[in-house]
Design a protein around this ligand. Structure first.
Ligand code: PGA
Length: 248
């Protein structure tokens, strides 16, 4: 059974007070809406946001994880540590790949660490503008997924398609472009032994309340990974409400 899923990636934004107020504002608006909602604040506010959401069905996720369980890894946070605070973690985001030099191998290790600790990985793949221009979108996203996908049956998993050229640009992909890639990813999941119906596939990249409906209406998309618009409780909640009335 497919269920809509809307994830907010707050990135490196919010003070402690802003984070708790944002969580409370989202909670007030969507508490009763039958949609899986995940808020991903910065590491430092995970605990505060989790407390703010106590008793609500809204989940908390981290934006990154390190693959070792513990030890001398200054500044790193392990999946086992995160498991005490949250249920999801974003892995493979373009900003991690581009700004922090993460490779597919690093992403694969992080996914494996999340699975080991019982946290749901939100595994992000996506091509850059050059790859799309060269007609290599399918090759790139399939390559990234093949290199990072955990073994079938290893636990819940979310896959997000985020073209690098759409993230933060104000220019989302069209719903048809997103659907084309989502269909490819879903077929690849099935070929890899995953149940194609139980892995939510999200679109991300400049999604807002005006465009969200077009994405969630696509047959192979279950929701969105939202950056900037997730910092606005009204905009974010409007997308959750749209998801709730979408027929799957
Ligand atoms: P954006 O970010 O919605 O601000 O484009 C999406 C993301 O990076 O997950």
């Amino acid at each position: 059974m497919r269920r809509p899923l809307v994830v907010g990636n707050w990135k490196m934004n919010t003070s402690r007070e802003e984070a708790t107020q944002l969580a409370a504002a989202v909670r007030a608006r969507v508490a009763a809406v039958p949609v899986e909602v995940v808020l991903c604040p910065p590491f430092v506010w995970l605990e505060a946001v989790r407390r703010e959401l106590e008793g609500a069905t809204i989940r908390v996720g981290a934006q990154d994880v390190y693959w070792e369980s513990n030890g001398a890894y200054t500044g790193a946070v392990s999946a086992e540590q995160l498991a005490e605070l949250c249920e999801y973690v974003i892995v493979g985001h373009m900003e991690r790949r581009r700004l922090f030099g993460e490779t597919d191998q690093d992403v694969a290790r992080k996914v494996a660490a999340a699975v080991r600790a019982g946290i749901v990985p939100i595994l992000v793949v996506g091509e850059d503008a050059d790859a799309r221009g060269a007609g290599r979108t399918e090759e790139v996203v399939r390559g990234q997924l093949a290199a990072t996908l955990p073994p079938p049956g290893s636990g819940p998993l979310v896959v997000a398609y985020e073209p690098a050229w759409a993230i933060g640009s104000g220019n989302p992909a069209t719903p048809e472009q997103a659907q084309a890639v989502a269909g490819i990813l879903r077929a690849q999941l099935a070929d890899s032994g995953w149940d194609r119906e139980t892995v939510p596939v999200l679109y991300g990249g400049s999604v807002g309340p005006e465009t969200f409906g077009g994405f969630i209406a696509q047959p192979d998309l279950d929701g969105a990974l939202v950056g900037r618009a997730s910092l606005d409780p009204e905009a974010f909640s409007a997308m959750v409400e749209t998801a709730a009335v979408t027929q799957f």
